[in-house]
Design a protein around this ligand. Structure first.
Ligand code: NAD
Ligand code: LMR
Length: 349
């Protein structure tokens, strides 16, 4: 029996994500919470002939609590998406890596506040649930959830995940495109590590399960890396004011949720990259800090999943010199993004 809950379930990501969770036969109950429209989304989904019972909740009458009651897994895509023009300059210069962070945490801390409030609800009603954070900026919203949980005395780093799967999905797709065979895309795995914004996204293309063509030039490798790092911009620009990635994100979020559900159900050997607190597994977390040469509290790395959540944090492995440069370039931004998330809760006493 698995109860999955989506917070932000009426949104661009929330609706298709709820659909994909409804289509997952392992889910037996689906709770949908949003500040608008969840009764309609729930009524619609409830006609689909899969096992789960669906309920929609709104804020009145303790809707958040009712949605979260008995939750095993909570996925959070609540919040505002990026808009073009704010983060995407009209010239070819790429946005600065911290723009996503500054947009949400300094100029307009709306997502930070939404995630904080939802985390309070989870800590009170479903403190043992596995929590999957999609809301941006992930490098800061995951620390926000952790800090809220610490205040409630319920923080278990094994159960908190920042969802970076869209970067992994993009990497697989773009590599398959380069190999000229999209049918390979579902089978290709590329570890994507670091974090989830701009240069903190580090694809380890040398470890792609389907190698790039021999003689793949360095400038092509740099272009491909850049495309994965700034894949979100491609979608924001194409949507032209209508938001950021929703459908690909829902697919990625449902994929990651399905892996967590399978691992919790006892399936062994499931590994997927995710942005986690490195205390989730002391030995492998400390080893990873040594590998990256920095005392970071959070990092995205391939995670072995099990019944309690994080079993171990896998090493990055053999990196090329170029990949080492990318990891080093990610570290200062990651550090400041994490600090901003922690400080947001520290400051909001
Ligand atoms: P959206 O505006 O379409 O949907 C967001 C939903 O959140 C809305 O339905 C809104 O009503 C709801 N919401 C707002 N405040 C809420 C609250 N307090 N409680 C519950 N629900 C609330 O946005 P979207 O396109 O679905 O994106 C949502 C978030 O996901 C954004 O922060 C976006 O940047 C992020 N995102 C992350 C990734 C990733 O890879 N992690 C990818 C794409 C988008
Ligand atoms: C993405 O990677 O598409 C998301 O993080 C959304 C964004 O604003 O880039």
């Amino acid at each position: 029996m698995v109860k999955a809950v989506v917070l932000g379930a009426a949104g661009g990501i929330g609706q298709p994500l709820a659909l994909l969770l409804k289509a997952n036969p392992a889910v037996t109950e689906l709770g949908l919470f949003d500040i608008v429209n969840t009764p309609g989304v729930a009524a619609d989904l409830s006609h689909i002939s899969t096992p789960s019972k669906v309920e929609g909740y709104l804020p009145p009458n303790d809707g958040l609590k009712s949605a979260l009651k008995g939750a095993d897994i909570v996925v959070i895509p609540a919040g505002v998406p990026r808009k073009p023009g704010v983060c995407i300059p009209q010239n070819p210069i790429r946005p600065q890596p911290n723009q996503l962070i500054s947009l949400f945490l300094i100029d307009d801390p709306i997502n930070a506040g939404i995630v904080r409030d939802l985390a309070n609800g989870i800590a009170e009603t479903a403190p043992k649930a596995f929590v999957l954070v999609i809301s941006n900026p992930v490098n800061s919203t995951v620390p926000i959830v952790a800090e809220v949980f610490k205040k409630h005395g319920v923080f278990d780093p094994k159960r908190l995940f920042g969802v970076t799967t869209l970067d992994v999905v993009r990497a697989s797709t773009f590599v398959a495109e380069i190999l000229g065979d999209l049918s390979l895309a579902p089978k290709i795995t590329v570890p994507v590590v670091g974090g989830h914004s701009g240069v903190t996204i580090v694809p380890l293309l040398s470890q792609s399960s389907s190698p790039l063509p021999s003689g793949f030039a360095q400038d092509s490798l740099e272009k491909l890396t850049n495309r994965i790092q700034f894949g979100g911009d491609e979608v924001v620009k194409a949507k032209d004011g209508a938001g950021s990635a929703t459908l690909s994100m829902a697919y990625a979020g449902a994929e990651f949720a399905a892996k967590v559900i399978r691992a919790v159900g006892g399936e062994k050997g499931i590994v997927a990259p995710s942005f986690v607190n490195l205390a989730a597994d002391k030995v492998s977390g400390e080893a990873l800090k040594k590998e990256i040469g920095k005392e970071l509290e959070y990092f995205s790395a391939p995670i072995e999943l099990g019944p309690e959540g994080v079993v171990s944090i896998r090493p990055l492995g053999n990196l090329t010199d170029y990949e080492k440069t990318l990891v080093n370039a990610a570290l200062p931004d990651l550090e400041s993004n994490i600090e901003k998330g922690v400080a947001f809760i520290g400051n909001a006493k």
